[in-house]
Design a protein around this ligand. Structure first.
Ligand code: IMP
Ligand code: MG
Length: 176
């Protein structure tokens, strides 16, 4: 269990669970129709899984798809260029879409994804992220649902990695 000792907890499992429930409440009140949740791989997988189950508990029946976008080479420096590694399979025209990601940082990833879905005719495209890092935005894009404002440190866990490590942690932490 050495990995746990190296990672300082920033947001605990219980804190995350409470935010996921609150976000699901807000989504349920957003009056979305024929909702398609699009999780942005890989970092969002744990948040998306928890959020979808919370949406189910609120009585919602969203469909789910995955898009894999890459803006990072291995490591922590944003390349500023987005490529589609795996696209969704559904037609989004006329549908309400909720994009789910782990972190909104420069905004390039989610701006790219939102523009793509809007260009394909989506009716509304909303964005939900677990973390928002303020002061790092390179393009104009806003999250409609945010778990926590993150300090400007590199975080891991709850799906987020550094060089493929720590995604499995049930909490969000900082590698010391
Ligand atoms: P951006 O908003 O396009 O700059 O990129 C956000 C993406 O960068 C997120 O979806 C993460 O995959 C990754 N990312 C940004 N900051 C962190 C971090 O602190 N830890 C892990 N991944 C991060
Ligand atoms: Mg990501």
């Amino acid at each position: 269990m050495s990995t746990h000792r190296e990672v300082k907890v920033l947001f605990s499992e219980a804190e995350i669970a409470a935010r996921v429930e609150a976000i699901a409440d807000a989504i349920q009140k957003a009056d979305l129709h024929n909702l398609l949740v699009v999780a942005v791989l890989k970092g969002s997988f744990m948040f998306a899984a928890d959020l979808l189950r919370a949406l189910h508990r609120k009585g919602m029946q969203p469909q789910v798809e995955f898009v894999h976008l890459s803006s990072y080479l291995e490591g922590t420096v944003s390349q500023g260029h987005i490529t589609i590694l795996k696209d969704i399979e559904s037609d989004v025209s006329g549908r309400d879409v909720l994009l789910v990601d782990d972190i909104l940082e420069s905004g390039r990833t989610l701006a790219f994804a939102k523009d793509l879905l809007v260009a394909r005719g989506a009716h509304r495209v909303l964005i939900g992220v677990m973390l928002e890092k303020p002061g790092k935005r390179a393009v104009q894009v806003n999250a409609d649902f945010v778990g926590f404002k993150s300090p400007d440190v590199f975080v891991v866990g709850y799906g987020m990695d550094v060089a493929h490590n720590y995604r499995e942690l049930p909490f969000i932490g900082v590698v010391s």
